[in-house]
Design a protein around this ligand. Structure first.
Ligand code: DSN
Length: 478
């Protein structure tokens, strides 16, 4: 498709929006300008293709489609069926899964569907069989009361938040921590790596219903074959949340023991991180959980978003093209170049490096909290997010880490040389920033001091670095 056509499509859309609420059109234009100018290193963000973005702006948004393909609670869903089936088909082919459910609105929703499906399969179904009824509505009050207690009394073993796990893997303030009696496995304090023997020991002691693997801030590969063996040894369902690294699985960078799909009972993901699709979620599973997963809407989720499912189908079709594998490999190569550049300049990295798309800097070596570092970098045109490090003394709000990732900049085309230059900019900002003090003179975890001239100079260098790599060059709004 010619650049001109894409440009016309976005410009026309903005013109139409401007006719109703010009401030929205202005904000959309400003967002593109901001994204074009900043060095985006947020590990969970990317830039979707124009085709993916355009697939979301249409009348599919007007359609209710509760239920699943061919079995809806609303009439007139034949076109939604088409796009949902296409998205599911592409997902199955891409990941080698026997079933794909593409309705979840986000990764958290996908995880809730997975928890619900496992509970339904492993706790509810046996109780129904025992009571010789087909559905919960047919249970006696006493049996229903007993089943609800049982459903609420199950155990989950997941990676702790400070070791890189996700909120939904049983963090107490999250709904997952309230649904399940949860225990965490962490990482080896000496190496920062998952110690599989310790995970096996925790599983033996705790006997979880669900063993969860996957992470938001662990910069290494996970051996899913070993994790499955651990799950099997205690009869647990093995669930993998691959939201962060789905693009590396799709691009066949993570294969064999490191590809979760052949090893897990159920896999969840977002579609917008390294996979580079629209914002949304997805569940992959085998036949034994497929029926329960397909009941995700309306039992767990609100009405599906057909316009987003259309965009998922487009993005998944893109991820099946041969050049996606090259993109996925470059994500990892870039993360390694960034890690090497930071290490050479004296930064401390959790686990000492990376094997995936992300790098976690322990900024306590610079005398800063994660919050101070994040803001100082932002002042300098570098967009990152603060993140806890293992056993973080500053907790989940201030933190001691900065998480950086390469999927977005790799999409723009930056390579190893630019990653080294980026490492220099990050190091310069962190090195030149000092912790500030509160009004009483006490050390502050939020305030910081950075010479504005340094921030300005780094910001200019960051912008210069991006000049040869225009974002959405096919789109001109001017
Ligand atoms: N918010 C996502 C991330 O940044 O990792 C996970 O939910």
């Amino acid at each position: 498709m010619s650049h001109n056509v894409e440009s016309t499509a976005f410009r026309t859309a903005l013109e139409v929006i401007r006719g109703v609420e010009p401030r929205v059109a202005d904000a959309i234009g400003a967002e593109l300008a901001d994204q074009r100018e900043s060095l985006k290193l947020i590990a969970s963000e990317n830039y979707a293709s124009p085709a993916t973005l355009l697939a979301m702006g249409n009348w599919f948004s007007d359609k209710y489609a509760e239920g699943t393909i061919g079995r809806r609670f609303y009439a007139g869903c034949q076109n939604v069926d088409t796009v949902e089936a296409l998205a599911a088909e592409h997902a199955k082919e891409l990941f080698g899964a026997s079933h794909a459910y593409v309705q979840p609105h986000s990764g958290i929703d996908a995880n809730l569907v997975a928890f619900w499906a496992i509970l339904a399969d492993r706790v509810e179904s046996p109780a129904l069989r025992k009571a010789q009824v087909r559905q919960v509505n047919e249970l006696t009050e006493a049996d229903w009361f007993a089943l609800r207690r049982e459903l609420g009394n199950q155990r989950m073993l997941g990676m702790s938040l400070d070791a890189g796990g996700h909120l939904t893997h049983g963090f107490r303030p999250n709904i997952s921590g309230k649904m399940f009696d949860q225990r965490s496995y962490g990482t080896d304090p000496a190496t920062g790596l998952i110690d599989y023997d310790r995970v096996a020991e925790a599983a033996r002691e705790f006997k979880p219903l669900i063993l969860v693997a996957g992470y938001s801030a662990y910069p290494r590969k996970v051996n899913f074959r070993i994790m499955r063996e651990i799950a099997d040894s205690v009869g647990a369902a093995f669930m993998v949340d691959m939201a962060h690294f789905a693009g590396l699985v799709a691009g066949k960078v993570f294969t064999g023991d490191f590809d979760p799909v052949p090893h897990a009972h159920i896999v969840t993901t977002t579609t917008h991180k390294s996979l580079r699709g629209p914002r949304g979620g997805m569940v992959l599973c085998g036949p034994e959980l497929a029926d329960q997963v397909d009941r995700g809407c309306p039992m767990v989720l609100g009405g599906p978003l057909p316009h987003v499912m259309a965009a998922k189908a487009v993005a998944l079709a893109e991820a099946r093209r041969p050049d996606f594998a090259d993109y996925a490999q470059r994500i990892v190569d870039n993360a390694q170049a960034l890690a090497d550049g930071l290490l050479r300049r004296g930064a401390t990295l959790v686990t000492g490096g990376t094997e995936n798309h992300l790098v976690l800097i322990d900024v306590s070596g610079y005398g800063l909290t994660g919050r101070q570092a994040e803001q100082a970098l932002l002042d300098s045109g570098i967009v990152t997010n603060r993140n806890a490090v293992p056993q973080d003394p500053n907790g989940a709000w201030y933190t001691s880490g900065i998480r950086i990732g390469t999927p977005a900049l790799t999409t723009r085309g930056l390579g190893a040389a630019e990653m080294d230059a980026t490492a220099e900019l990050i190091h310069t900002v962190l090195d030149r920033t000092t912790a500030g003090t509160g009004p009483d003179g006490a050390p502050s975890k939020a305030k910081y001091v950075l010479d504005p001239a340094v921030a300005e100079s780094v910001g200019k260098q960051a912008a210069d670095l991006l000049v040869p790599f225009p974002l959405y060059p096919e789109v001109s709004l001017g």
